[in-house]
Design a protein around this ligand. Structure first.
Ligand SMILES: C[S@@+](CC[C@H](N)C(=O)[O-])C[C@H]1O[C@@H](n2cnc3c(N)ncnc32)[C@H](O)[C@@H]1O
Length: 243
C-alpha cells in the first residue's frame, strides 16, 4: 500500500484539474454515480452527514442538493489543495446560483484524516466515502474509525467505489483503464502517473464479498451492494443495527 504522505502529495498535484479529469475519464457517468449516492443518503433521513475523502467536494454538493438544508453536511479530506477547490466551488455556487443558498447553509469543509476521525463516538448518522476507501493506507483501521463515529442503532456508511464490471464489459474496461486512461489523464492533468496508480489500485481492491467481510469485521451488522454502469462502480451500504 502507498504511504499516506505520498497519496496526499499526489492529490495535491492534480487538485486543479481533478474535476475535469473525472468528468472526461468517466464520460460524465460520475454525475450519475454521485446522484445515486445522494439518493441513498436521503433514504436515511439523516441530521448529520460527513463525506470522507471529499476531494473537491462534488459528493457534498450532490448530497446537500438532495437534502436541501435538512441536515448538516461536512466534507473532510486530508489534502489542503483539494479542500481549496471545494471551498472555491461552494463560494462560486453561492455567488452565481442564489437558489443554492438553502442547500449550502449547512455545509462546511474540514481537514482531517480518515484513519483518525475528528468526530466523537456515535456523532454521525450517515458517512459517505466516494473513491476514497481504495486510497486509505490502512483500510481496516479506517473502517473501524467509521464504525466508531456512526450513531447506533441506525448509522449508515455508504461507499461508492470501483467494482468488478460485468463479465462481457471486462476486456474493454481493462484496456481502457490500463492504456487509454493514462493518455487522456496526461492531456487533462499532465500527471499520467496518478492515473496509472488508479488502474493499479482498482486491480487490487477486494471484490464485493471480500469487502463485505471487511465491513463485518470492522463491526458493521448488515451490508448490501448495488452495481452501477455495468458494475464498473458499486455503492456498498454498511449499517449499524445494534444498540
Ligand atoms: C479519488 S479522490 C476522491 C474525491 C471525491 N470523494 C470524489 O468522489 O471525487 C480521493 C481523495 O481521498 C483523499 N484521501 C486519501 N486518503 C485520505 C485519508 N487518510 N484521510 C483523508 N482523505 C484522504 C485524497 O486527498 C483525495 O482527495
Amino acid at each position: 500500500m502507498v504511504e499516506a504522505s505520498a497519496i496526499n502529495e499526489m492529490f495535491a498535484g492534480i487538485a486543479g484539474r481533478y474535476d475535469l479529469a473525472n468528468h472526461l475519464l468517466s464520460a460524465g457517468q460520475d454525475f450519475y454515480w454521485r446522484k445515486k449516492l445522494a439518493q441513498e443518503v436521503l433514504r436515511s433521513q439523516p441530521r448529520r452527514v460527513v463525506d470522507l475523502a471529499t476531494g473537491s467536494g462534488d459528493c457534498v454538493f450532490s448530497i446537500a442538493k438532495a437534502l436541501n438544508g435538512s441536515a448538516h453536511v461536512t466534507g473532510m479530506d486530508f489534502c489542503p489543495p483539494m479542500l481549496e477547490q471545494a471551498e472555491r466551488k461552494k463560494k462560486a455556487l453561492l455567488e452565481k446560483k442564489p437558489k443554492w443558498t438553502t442547500c449550502l447553509r449547512e455545509v462546511d469543509f474540514i481537514q482531517g484524516d480518515c484513519l483518525e476521525l475528528p468526530f466523537s463516538d456515535g456523532e454521525v448518522d450517515v458517512l459517505t466515502i466516494a473513491f476514497g476507501l481504495r486510497n486509505l493506507e490502512d483500510r481496516a483501521r479506517g473502517l473501524r474509525e467509521m464504525r466508531r463515529v456512526l450513531r447506533k442503532p441506525g448509522g449508515v456508511l455508504l461507499v461508492l467505489e470501483f467494482s468488478q464490471p460485468d463479465t462481457w464489459v471486462r476486456p474493454f474496461y481493462y484496456l481502457y483503464l490500463n492504456y487509454l486512461i493514462p493518455v487522456i489523464a496526461r492531456l487533462a492533468t499532465g500527471k499520467p502517473d496518478a492515473y496509472r496508480y488508479l488502474g493499479a489500485t482498482i486491480g487490487k481492491f477486494p471484490p464485493k464479498d471480500a469487502l463485505e467481510k471487511e465491513f463485518l469485521e470492522a463491526g458493521f451488522d448488515q451490508v448490501t451492494s448495488q452495481g452501477l454502469s455495468f458494475s464498473i462502480v458499486a455503492i456498498h451500504r454498511a449499517e449499524v443495527l445494534g444498540s
